[in-house]
Write a protein that binds this ligand. Structure first.
Ligand SMILES: Nc1ncnc2c1ncn2[C@@H]1O[C@H](COP(=O)(O)OP(=O)(O)O)[C@@H](O)[C@H]1O
Ligand SMILES: [Mg+2]
Length: 248
């Protein structure tokens, strides 16, 4: 029997905290655990999964929305990673001002992907405006990325607060990225969880701590996958641990 794939959204509020890189690497790690994964670029303003991977997809979300191609036709398989990608629309800005009908169409698309996928990973844009908030609320699991920077913490808190309002029983989990050490990452997590417990009366689960690792920048610069380029490095094993936790 065909069950619906899980929709896992990745949000942060603040930009530049590693959402896109993390979404790509998590897609790869889940694939290596035997999951069939679709990585969906849901950053409607500054879509860039394809850029970070050095791919030139023939079609993108925009072509599907315009009715030119089906979702199956628009999806591209990563040649090395083995997961599928639905590219967003880089730079055109045409999707950033999505009207509500289009936004619902994108959501319906991410919910009703072709059969065969286990996980759909949705890389969300920065900010907490309507489209991001609506997509986060539609997910089965929301992974909220934060770094130890105060601005990242307050933005991650804002994402959690809105998600709590939209989905009081929703499954939101924390990912601390760019932690200098595990102990630092744990402190960041404690700070955020404490704020949630005090003001929102819930404690988000910790999905994982990803350490800061120069290999990440190297892999991105070369437009390669971290798990292929630097297997076993600290950030790689940290993302693998998150994937493992999601598969259970
Ligand atoms: N764990 C990490 N260690 C070191 N650098 C990282 C790590 N995660 C992300 N980065 C850096 O952060 C930059 C921004 O990442 P990106 O995925 O584009 O962020 P976002 O999608 O949140 O805007 C990357 O170019 C990369 O160099
Ligand atoms: Mg991004």
């Amino acid at each position: 029997m065909q069950t619906n794939p899980r929709l896992i959204a990745i949000a942060s509020g603040k930009g530049g905290v590693g959402k896109t890189w993390f979404a790509i690497t998590l897609a790869h790690a889940l694939t290596r655990l035997g999951r069939r994964v679709l990585l969906f670029d849901g950053d409607l303003g500054l879509a860039n999964i394809d850029v970070q991977l050095g791919l030139t997809p023939e079609h993108d979300l925009g072509s599907v929305l315009a009715g030119r191609v089906s979702l199956t036709e628009a999806v591209m398989r990563h040649p090395d990673g083995g997961f599928d990608i639905l590219a967003g629309r880089s730079g055109s800005g045409a999707l950033s001002a999505l009207d509500p009908t289009h936004l619902e169409a994108v959501l319906a698309m991410s919910r009703h992907v072709p059969a065969g996928y286990d996980d759909v990973l949705l890389d969300l844009g920065a900010g907490v405006e309507r489209a991001v908030r609506r997509m986060a609320a539609a997910a089965d699991i929301l992974l909220v990325l934060a770094t130890e920077e105060p601005t990242s913490l307050t933005d991650a808190y804002a994402v959690l607060k809105l998600h709590r309002a939209d989905r009081p029983e929703g499954d939101a989990r924390l990912v601390v990225n760019m932690a200098p050490t595990r102990a630092d990452g744990e402190r960041t997590c404690t700070t955020l969880r404490r704020a949630c417990a005090t003001f929102l009366r819930f404690k988000p689960l910790l999905a994982g701590i990803i350490r800061r690792d120069d290999k990440v920048r190297d892999a991105i610069r070369r437009q390669t996958l971290l798990l292929t380029r630097h297997p076993g490095c600290s950030a790689a094993s940290d993302v693998e641990a998150v994937a493992y936790g999601l598969v259970g």
